[in-house]
Design a binder for this molecule. Structure first.
Ligand SMILES: Nc1ncnc2c1ncn2[C@@H]1O[C@H](COP(=O)(O)OP(=O)(O)OP(=O)(O)O)[C@@H](O)[C@H]1O
Length: 924
């Protein structure tokens, strides 16, 4: 009876991969040095005692750390199993673990041969190469007969595939797992047929070799050990159509291994550049001479499981995700089988996946099994590591009943070999018959066909190569041309770059100039609008001045007239009270003083008012209104002159009054007083008329001159400033335009785009110039218009002012009226004193005579008489007066009028009657 034996479990922890280092994923797995059996994982991140408390420890048969070599792993884990295998046990070695933890590295590793004669394994060689080399070394050393065969099968997406089958896609025979009992299988497994190339791989439970003979081409059977818990100890698992190849040396075995690996499903994933996407089983079958004619059959199953994979972390998609799903599913079932076996359940779910069916004998069967769990030390995969370690520690509890392999008779083996040899001989004979072609007709045809294909392919490749060579030549030529063109372009680009830079500089300078020009134009516009505003202000102020001036003149003259009238009235009353002592000289003098004072005051006010206004103007527009200041000075001078003349005239009047007084005193009644008086009055009036006309004329001339000079000044200043600006800008612009044009010519030659650009620029500049010129013209036009308007307005104003002469004349007339009143007073004085002095009677008579002669007609007024006397010397104009007679001073009271009626005949007019009243000439 065979003894139960726990399967051997080892853990191999590699070092951190490059990815994990880049991820800075810390090491969480601790592997003690030496022949350790514990592996510690601390996923909490704690340190010190806390880490020890939170860490989990897994115990297995052997733990190998990152420093463990391939040779070390082989020695510690694989070699004991290998020895059992050579001894005659069926052995299975599995590598299990998460993706990229080193399963393939451990199981296969480096499969190349090294050394000068290519006979040595490399340091990185894995378990399979080492087993192959160890096997042939051992067999050679033992000196026994043996037969070694190899097969290599893959389970990919739950499909079995013979990795050593060279048949193309679709031609390979489908592999199927058979589970047959020995009862249904003959004990001998040698096919009767010859030339068989396909074999059925049969895992036999029960320790004896069983034959299948299930294929038409015959089959070589292989034995398998019985499984302990299997309900039927004699049932066998075999793979129909799986090929086994005789292996005469380790090199042959290695060649088969390499061939199979080339066919294996490998893909690049996020976790592994060469990730195995399938489970593989490399089986070495050994028939070793035991005793005499007996050979012992043993198998070594070397299983490289696909890695479990966290799809989220591996980022697997589509095909990769499907593969991962299938892998994970089969590994899950494997886990359940391991758990069931460890827990010694009655039912073991082997049939739930093909993987567990294939491994049925290795797990819980008659096989000596070793499991190597590969893990990563990084925290990034700690979860999967824990899971792997869980499985590993569970698997450690699985107990197998390893049994030595079955015996097979030498003759059976010989027959197998004979069959194989017969096929080879057949090929050889067929080859010889065909003049040294060492293969069968079928093979020859295949080969010829292949060769034809190869020839065709070769021709195609040649043509392709020629075409490619031509293309290469063309491309080389193109490349050279391109290089030259690139050089030319680079040179051009440099020139163009320099031109562009220069152009950019010029453009920026032009832009600056343009900006300056624009700002100057806007300044000009502003100045123009400012000037327009100034003009408006000027006109307003002129109106104010005129109004003030007129008001002042009118007011002052009114005051003057009032004063004269007051004095005359007072004189009259004085004379009325003190008849006989008619001395008007003090009054006249006072009047003269007052008039002079008033005139001075008027003059001062006028001067002040003008000064104020002009100062304001000068403050606002000093340059423009300098002329105004000069003209105002002229006005002042003229006013001074005028008032001087007025003063002189008043002096003359005063003198005349003195003369009159003297005359009245000495011989008034001896002369023609009326004539004399009229002459004086006329003279005075004429003088005043002349003065005022002259004043008006002067004023008119002065204002006209002032307006003219202002206009001139304004025009000149505007024109000058405009032309200065334009000239300055044109002088600045001209050389730049020239430069631009020359630059444009240069650029035009090299780049038409630049040409367009510069033309646009030129147009823009021309348009700017036009705009400036247009603006200037508009400004000039505006100025002319303003001046015209101003001139027209001024003329109108002059006329208006001249019309004020009328009021002056009216005032003068009023003075004359005052004189008339004076005459009336004299008349009254005469009447009052006629009784007291005969001389006075005479005088009274004379006066009466004069008055009678003055009032020759009853209907005539005093004024009419006076006016008549004036008609000869004074130009008159006609005004229409409505209502009562207007020539009586309005300031006379009714009583005075009544009183005057005693001595003077007055004509009353009806309210609606109009008379023609003649007044001294004055322009309207
Ligand atoms: N112990 C080790 N020492 C050195 N390199 C190792 C070791 N283990 C693994 N590697 C390297 O890690 C990489 C991944 O290993 P490998 O392909 O064997 O992993 P795997 O478990 O078979 O992955 P998968 O399940 O995806 O096929 C390989 O480049 C391999 O050379």
């Amino acid at each position: 009876m065979s003894q139960e034996l726990n399967i051997t479990v080892a853990v191999r922890c590699r070092g951190r991969s490059q990815r994990e280092i880049e991820l800075k994923s810390p090491v969480v797995v601790t592997v003690p040095e030496g022949s350790a059996t514990d592996v510690v994982i601390n996923t909490s991140g704690d340190v010190g005692v806390a880490a020890q408390l939170s860490a989990r420890t897994y115990r297995v048969d052997r733990v190998l750390g990152p420093s463990a070599t391939q040779a070390g792993l082989y020695r510690d884990v694989a070699e004991p199993l290998f020895r059992d295998f050579v001894h005659g046990y069926n052995c299975t070695m599995l590598v299990y673990g998460m993706t990229a933890t080193g399963k393939t590295y451990t199981m296969t590793g480096d499969t190349k041969l090294h050394g000068q004669e290519q006979t040595q394994l490399g340091d990185e060689a894995g378990v399979i190469p080492r087993v192959l080399f160890g096997l042939f070394e051992t067999l050679a050393a033992q000196g026994l007969d043996y037969i070694v065969k190899c097969s290599f099968v893959e389970l990919y997406n739950e499909e079995l595939r013979d990795l050593l089958d060279e048949a193309g896609p679709g031609e390979a025979k489908k592999l199927r797992i058979f589970d047959s009992s020995p009862a249904s299988s003959p004990r001998t497994a040698v096919s009767r047929a010859t030339g068989a190339r396909k074999y059925n791989y049969k895992l036999r439970r029960g320790g004896n070799v069983s034959s299948t003979g299930s294929t038409s081409t015959g089959a070589t059977t292989t034995g398998a050990t019985p499984s302990a818990p299997a309900p039927d100890d004699t049932s066998t698992i075999y793979i129909q159509n799986l090929q086994e190849f005789h292996v005469a040396s380790a090199r042959d075995g290695l060649t088969l291994l390499q061939r199979g690996l080339r066919h294996r499903q490998v893909a690049t994933t996020k976790m592994n550049d060469f990730s195995s996407r399938s489970h593989t089983i490399f089986t070495i079958t050994l028939y070793k001479q035991h005793e005499g004619e007996l050979f012992r059959l043993s198998k070594m199953n070397l299983v490289d499981l696909a890695g479990s994979e966290n799809i989220n972390r591996s980022g697997a998609q589509n095909q990769r995700a499907k593969e991962a799903g299938s892998i994970n599913q089969s590994l899950l079932t494997l886990g359940r089988v391991i758990n069931s076996l460890a827990d010694k359940n009655a039912h073991i779910p082997f049939r739930e996946s093909k993987l567990t069916r294939l491994l049925q004998d290795s797990l819980g069967g008659n096989t000596k099994t070793a499991l190597i769990a590969t893990i990563s030390p990084a925290r990034a995969t700690a979860e999967e590591t824990c899971s792997t370690l869980e499985y590993a520690s569970k698997a450690k509890d699985i107990r197998n009943k390893p049994q030595l392999g079955a015996f097979i008779m030498k003759d059976i083996l010989l027959k197998t070999v004979t069959t194989e040899l017969a096929r080879l001989k057949n090929d050889l004979l067929a080859t010889k018959a065909k003049d040294g072609v060492y293969m069968s007709q079928e093979h020859y045809k295949e080969m010829t066909h292949d060769m034809e294909n190869y020839k065709t392919e070769l021709d195609e490749y040649r043509r392709l190569v020629d075409t490619l060579n031509e293309k290469v030549a063309t491309l080389t030529q193109d490349n050279q041309d391109l290089d030259k063109r690139i050089e030319t372009h680079v040179a051009k680009e440099q020139v163009l770059g320099a031109s562009v830079t220069e152009l950019q500089q010029r453009l920026s300078a032009a832009k600056t100039t343009e900006d300056q020009l624009t700002s100057q134009v806007s300044q000009l516009n502003e100045t123009a609008s400012q000037l327009q505003k100034e003009m408006v202000t000027f006109k307003d102020r002129e109106e104010i001045i005129t109004t003030k001036f007129e008001g002042l003149l009118n007011d002052k003259l009114h005051i003057l007239r009032e004063k004269v009238m007051t004095y005359l009235n007072s004189m009259k009353s004085i004379e009325g009270d003190n008849a006989g002592s008619l001395d008007v000289s003090p009054h006249i003098e006072a009047l003269q003083r007052n008039i002079t004072t008033s005139l001075h005051s008027v003059e001062a006010d006028l001067r002040e008012s003008y000064k104020t206004c002009i100062e304001e103007f000068l403050n606002d527009t000093p340059q423009l209104f300098k002329g105004i200041s000069v003209n105002v000075e002229q006005i002042n001078n003229l006013s001074m002159e005028y008032y001087k003349q007025i003063s002189e005239n008043l002096s003359d009047i005063s003198e005349e009054f003195n003369n009159l007084k003297q005359y009245l005193k000495n011989g008034i009644f001896e002369n023609n007083h009326k004539e004399l008086l009229g002459t004086y009055i006329k003279k005075s009036a004429q003088l005043m008329d002349n003065s005022s006309a002259e004043l008006m004329e002067n004023m008119k001339n002065m204002v006209e001159g002032y307006l003219q000079s202002s206009k001139q000044l304004l025009m000149e200043s505007m024109q000058k400033s405009t032309s200065d600006i334009i000239e300055q800008e044109m002088s600045l612009l001209a050389p730049r335009v020239k430069k631009w044009e020359s630059s444009l010519d240069m650029i035009n030659k090299s780049d038409s785009l630049s040409n367009v650009y510069f033309n646009n620029m030129n147009q823009a500049i021309a348009s700017t110039n036009d705009k400036v010129a247009t603006s200037n013209n508009k400004i000039n036009e505006s100025i002319v218009k303003i001046n015209e308007t101003f001139s027209d307005t001024s003329k109108q104003r002059m006329q208006d002012k001249l019309s004020h002469n009328e009021s002056i004349n009216s005032n003068i007339k009023q003075i004359l009226d005052g004189t008339d009143s004076l005459k009336m007073m004299y008349s009254q004085a005469r009447e009052v004193t006629k009784e007291s002095a005969s001389e006075l009677q005479q005088i009274d008579g004379s006066i009466r005579t004069i008055l009678n002669s003055m009032n020759g007609k009853d209907n005539e007024t005093v004024v009419d008489v006076a006016e008549k006397s004036e008609e000869s010397t004074v130009n008159v104009t006609t005004v229409e007066v409505k209502g009562p007679l207007k020539r009586i001073p309005s300031n006379l009271t009714n009583s005075e009028v009544q009183r005057s009626e005693h001595g003077i005949k007055r004509r009353r007019l009806s309210r609606d009657e109009s008379v023609e009243l003649e007044v001294p000439n004055a322009s309207r």
